[in-house]
Design a protein around this ligand. Structure first.
Ligand code: GLN
Length: 342
């Protein structure tokens, strides 16, 4: 399926009237003018993002796509890539071996902290930069080109469309990425990464520079929610065995050093990136993609957090929710049940 097909498919689905679509439009309007947060500016290319860009896309496990706002605007995936590349590393090597190179323990520290486990020398988890670089090192392939192609092909399976790299962002990340370089060489010292350090760093900077939109993030989350099969294209993106591993580390570590509060308030496995994206999974139900560039002090999209909080609260999407939700998701999507309730 090419990009055009996917978009027309998405718009034909979203054209269907649904109380859920109206709900999404309402929350979009509620937070559209919220102007907290600051657009990332550690490299000049990211500072070009417009603070008012805002898109929300929800993809159900049955392949219904609901998008509101700017869901075609491209931006760099940044740290969101880490969760998905971790899944590919698990497929390449299996859980046990991957665990010898990167742990699954939250750090409570910033994503770019230079810290390794003192006893094992492993980076703490695949969602912080050190762990993500160790994970990228595990991606198999003959050389730089083949390894990058395997990552791009994987994202295509998740989103249903081909992806490009934002080359100026990649070159800026590479030129200014000495902190990441320092971590990589520290891990080389401890035998946590292989000798091809510069190639792996390039791969890491490239995976962060992949261009996506909010709809892609919704598809990626919807695919994980659906056990690893893209619910629109029907293509498997990741071996079913590893979906649980990926979303577990998303839950405990995916929102940087806000992860504990995120689980408390929202309770959905999620991953954010400094480009302004968030991808959040309600397992067995739906995936959410949000895009809004202004970030809070921890690097998470301010509006994105609000949207996920609202959806979790209103539809009982928190993993540990045992109370009757205010709104029944299936009724709101299908427009069934008592109309007074939606
Ligand atoms: N490219 C960024 C880095 O490596 C990724 C940051 C992010 O999204 N947290 O620092």
């Amino acid at each position: 399926m090419n990009t055009g097909d996917l978009h027309s498919l998405a718009s034909s689905i979203t054209a269907v009237a649904s109380p859920f679509r109206n709900y999404l439009s309402d929350v979009y309007e509620k937070y559209r003018l919220l102007d907290d947060g600051v657009v990332a500016d550690y490299i000049p290319e990211l500072a070009l993002a417009k603070p008012e860009w805002f898109g929300i896309c929800v993809v159900t496990k049955n392949g219904q796509v609901f998008d509101v706002g700017e869901c075609d605007q491209l931006f760099t995936i940044q740290s969101i890539s880490k969760a998905f590349v971790y899944g590919l590393a698990l497929e390449d090597h299996g859980r046990e071996y991957v665990n010898t190179k990167v742990s699954v323990e939250p750090t409570g520290e910033a994503f770019n902290a230079i810290v390794l486990d003192e006893k094992t020398n492993r980076p703490y988890n695949p969602m912080v930069n050190a762990g993500a670089i160790a994970t990228s090192d595990l991606i198999k392939g003959k050389g730089a080109t083949e390894r990058l192609k395997r990552i791009l092909d994987m994202f295509k399976r998740y989103t249903g469309r081909a992806h490009d790299i934002n080359v100026p962002v990649f070159l800026s990340e590479k030129a200014t990425g000495n902190r990441n370089r320092a971590m990589a060489y520290l891990m080389l010292n401890f035998g946590m990464v292989s000798e091809r350090v510069e190639e792996t760093l390039d791969l890491y900077f490239q995976q962060c520079s992949i261009l996506v939109n909010a709809r892609d993030l919704g598809m990626m989350a919807g695919t994980l929610a659906n056990g690893g099969i893209n619910p629109v294209t029907g293509e498997r993106a990741i071996d079913e065995r590893y979906v649980q591993d990926v979303i577990s580390v998303m839950l405990t570590c995916g929102m940087y050093d806000y992860s504990g509060e995120w689980v408390y308030r929202v309770g959905m496995p999620a991953k954010s990136g400094v480009g302004g994206g968030i991808t959040a999974v309600a397992p067995g139900k739906l995936g959410i993609g949000t895009f809004s560039p202004p970030l809070d002090s921890k690097g998470n999209s301010v509006r994105g957090i609000k949207i996920c909080e609202e959806l979790a609260k209103d539809f009982g999407l928190h993993l540990f929710n045992v109370a009757k939700p205010d709104r029944v998701l299936e009724d709101w999507i299908a427009g069934t049940g008592d109309a007074d309730t939606w």
